[in-house]
Write a protein that binds this ligand. Structure first.
Ligand code: FNR
Length: 362
């Protein structure tokens, strides 16, 4: 291949592009409409500078951290992403094994291509389960119960998707959604009627677009798992999330796949962190491709980051080994960044270790 042995996460993207049929690559890589938010997620990181401290003893660096009571090897988690079998014949089972090998947490997507039971029985990683609420509340409740029974430790409620964002590459490619394993027993997927992508049509038919803040209470009555709200971008909603009593927040714009021109997540992280005021943990995703990106998110108050596309690219390019390599590269880069910035532990990374664009202009 042109890339050879990859040396960073972006090169895994190139390998995945070579390995995958165009339709699937576009599905994974793409964003909504103009893809402004998709690109801005990564661009915004470039405008944040790191302010190192010198002459610190950095002969030992500890990357480990704790997420909802679980000790993990680094503040880097696997984001819930759909349909891993389009990237690898065994799908999420392989991703989960890599998560276990890296001693980190995997959030399994509601729209996974392996069942949540298959993933649970294939590895001993700490697993979270991501959920979309269906119009058929009973089906959602059943899924939540299945997740809890199968040892998933938290419920990630993705709240930025009452409808599905318009991804034009999928429409052009006539991307057809394969069977959704977690729900296939109850819901059949009709082929698209408008000969574009059937994804949006399916979501519109099944998802409960009326689900709102008051319904979080219902969700908490049907499970003992802590609930994280994913897809939050403003201080107003952060205050609401604290009020309804969720266990945490994931600042996310769905990797630029939902509302285009939503702000880059790294530009709103601090606003959310300040509104939350330490009452619940704030997690972060969107555009993390470098150890320096992880460092910047931690400095701005995230407890850990999640990575979406890079995991899929690793899976597509090199299977379980690829996912492990992706996580290891990011960990190694973070460790080096910490050493060069004078931070020997995750806790030692402070707000004063970064300078945002606004601060530079003043
Ligand atoms: C996603 N994401 C996502 N989120 C979610 O809650 N449920 C899901 O099923 C999916 N599916 C999905 C598929 C694909 C192909 C992508 C790329 C993303 C969003 C995901 O959890 C995360 O928010 C973003 O991927 C983070 O951005 P990066 O790391 O991809 O830049």
């Amino acid at each position: 291949t042109m890339v050879g042995e990859p040396v960073n996460l972006n090169e895994f993207q190139e390998l995945a592009r070579e390995a995958l049929p165009k339709m699937y690559y576009d599905f994974y890589a793409g964003g909504a409409e103009d893809q402004y938010t998709l690109e801005e997620n990564m661009e915004a990181f470039r405008r944040i500078m790191i302010q190192p401290r010198i002459l610190v003893d950095v002969s030992r660096i500890d990357l480990s951290t704790n997420v909802l009571g679980y000790n993990i090897s680094a503040p880097i988690l696997i984001a819930p992403t759909a349909l891993h079998k389009l990237a690898h014949p065994e799908g999420e089972v392989v991703t989960a094994r890599a998560a276990a090998a890296c001693k980190t947490i995997m959030a399994l997507s509601f729209t996974s291509s392996c069942t949540l039971e298959e993933v649970a029985s294939s590895c001993n990683a700490v697993r979270f389960f991501q959920i979309y609420v269906y119009k058929r509340r009973d089906l959602s409740a059943l899924l939540v119960q299945r997740a809890e029974r199968n040892g998933y430790k938290a419920l990630v409620l993705t709240a930025d998707s009452p409808r599905v964002g318009r991804k034009e590459a999928d429409i052009k490619n006539k991307m057809i959604l394969p069977k959704l394993k977690n729900t296939e027993r109850f819901l059949s997927l009709e082929a698209s009627s408008d000969n574009g992508s059937n994804l949006a049509a399916f979501a519109k038919e099944t998802k409960d677009a009326s689900f709102c803040w008051k319904d979080i209470e219902w969700l908490s009555t049907i499970t003992n798992m802590p609930i994280l709200i994913k897809g939050l971008l403003t201080r107003e909603d952060a205050i609401k999330a604290v009020k309804v009593g969720v266990a945490g927040i994931v600042v996310s714009n769905h990797g630029g796949r939902q509302l285009d021109y939503a702000p880059a997540t790294i530009t709103v992280l601090e606003e959310v962190v300040q509104a939350v005021g330490g009452r619940i943990p704030v997690f972060f995703d969107g555009g993390v491709r470098r150890g320096t990106d992880v460092f910047k998110a931690l400095a701005l108050g995230a407890q850990a980051v999640l990575i979406g596309r890079p995991v899929i690219y690793g899976l597509a390019a090199k299977g379980e080994y690829g996912v492990r390599q992706v996580i290891k590269m990011l960990k190694d880069e973070l460790e080096l960044t910490m050493a060069l910035s004078g931070c020997t532990s995750v806790k030692a990374i402070t707000r004063r270790h970064v300078r945002t664009e606004r601060e530079r202009l003043h």
